[in-house]
Design a protein around this ligand. Structure first.
Ligand SMILES: C[S@@+](CC[C@H](N)C(=O)[O-])C[C@H]1O[C@@H](n2cnc3c(N)ncnc32)[C@H](O)[C@@H]1O
Length: 302
């Protein structure tokens, strides 16, 4: 059964962005400068601006703040200009969402993750905790640049399917370009958790990695409901997100983040309540990471 008025195709049934020859597209691909270079430029810009402002006699924190205020808009404009460049395939219209989409961060996103320790081994651990197996159909909600989706595609193999959705064109653009350059079998589409464009019960596993804290409180709830709709009975969801902080540093960081309403529920440890309210069962915190991030597993009742 599908939602009325909705595109009914299951992820395995519909070629979403299916270029005839992805390698040919990769050759035609407009090259991004390596994102690590962009991150380095940003750090260098902030360092130089901070030094200059320090020399002008301001305190360190004022200098850092002013430097960020100067450098960040410049990088956002740069990212915007890069984002305007044509893709070798159509992207479609961005869906409306009340979530925070972070599109401006897309060119640096993977390297920022890496800098924070969210690299390949973190992604592999995520998939291991999700218990992903060959042949499974997996949906990555809020897939960002698609790193996790593409690794999931490798785990499930050609007999399964990995499908990533995100409402930010800049994120999906990078996901598609990476996929065209190095084919994993993952498919990507511009879509939001408000309206996931697949049929009821059509996936075995849903990954929701660092997404829920980008959503307002009511959207966290309706989004989890929508995730349950697309999960088959007995299907699994894995939520990776901020959690009640453990340890001094984590508590300090959380104090700053608590000011943001979207993050508060996570930092107060309400994730199991959110999953329970959405109707999930067998809810468990499988692991915590650096005292601030938790991996939550849960199941759609049979
Ligand atoms: C911090 S990033 C996480 C990306 C990726 N899942 C990861 O683990 O690195 C949050 C992502 O959630 C996406 N997002 C924001 N609102 C959303 C919504 N309503 N539905 C789905 N994704 C959303 C953003 O565009 C962004 O790419």
């Amino acid at each position: 059964m599908t939602k009325p008025g909705q595109d009914t195709a299951a992820p395995s049934a519909r070629p979403l962005r299916d270029p005839a020859d992805p390698r040919a597209l990769a050759r035609r691909r407009t090259r991004w400068p390596p994102a690590w270079r962009a991150g380095l430029c940003l750090a260098l810009g902030v360092a130089v601006a901070t030094a200059a402002i320090l020399l002008a006699g301001l305190s360190l924190w004022t200098a850092v703040l002013i430097a960020l205020l100067l450098v960040c808009p410049a990088t956002m404009v740069w990212a915007y200009v890069m984002g305007m460049r044509p893709l070798p395939f159509p992207l479609g219209a961005a869906p409306e969402t009340r979530g925070v989409t972070l599109g401006w961060l897309a060119p640096y996103y993977d390297d920022l993750c890496w800098a924070f320790g969210i690299g390949r081994s973190f992604r592999d651990r995520t998939l291991a905790i999700a218990g992903l197996r060959r042949g499974e159909r997996v949906l990555d909600v809020g897939c960002g640049t698609g790193v996790l989706t593409r690794r999931a595609a490798a785990v499930v193999g050609p007999g399964g399917s990995a499908y990533g959705i995100d409402p930010a064109p800049d994120m999906i653009r990078i996901a598609l370009l990476s996929e065209a350059a190095e084919v994993s079998g993952a498919r990507f589409e511009l879509a939001a958790v408000e309206n996931i464009p697949i049929g009821q019960g059509s996936v075995d596993v849903v990954l929701v990695s660092f997404v829920l804290h980008c959503l307002p409180e009511d959207l966290k709830r309706s989004g989890l409901g929508e995730i349950r709709r697309v999960l088959r009975p007995g299907g699994r969801v894995l939520v990776v997100d901020l959690d009640r902080p453990q340890g001094a540093l984590a508590r300090l960081l959380a104090r700053l983040a608590l000011r943001h309403a979207y993050m508060a529920e996570h930092l107060q440890g309400h994730m199991p309540d959110l999953l329970r309210e959405a109707g999930f069962v067998r809810i468990a915190r499988a692991e915590t990471w650096r005292g601030l991030v938790a991996f939550w597993t849960a199941e759609n009742p049979v």
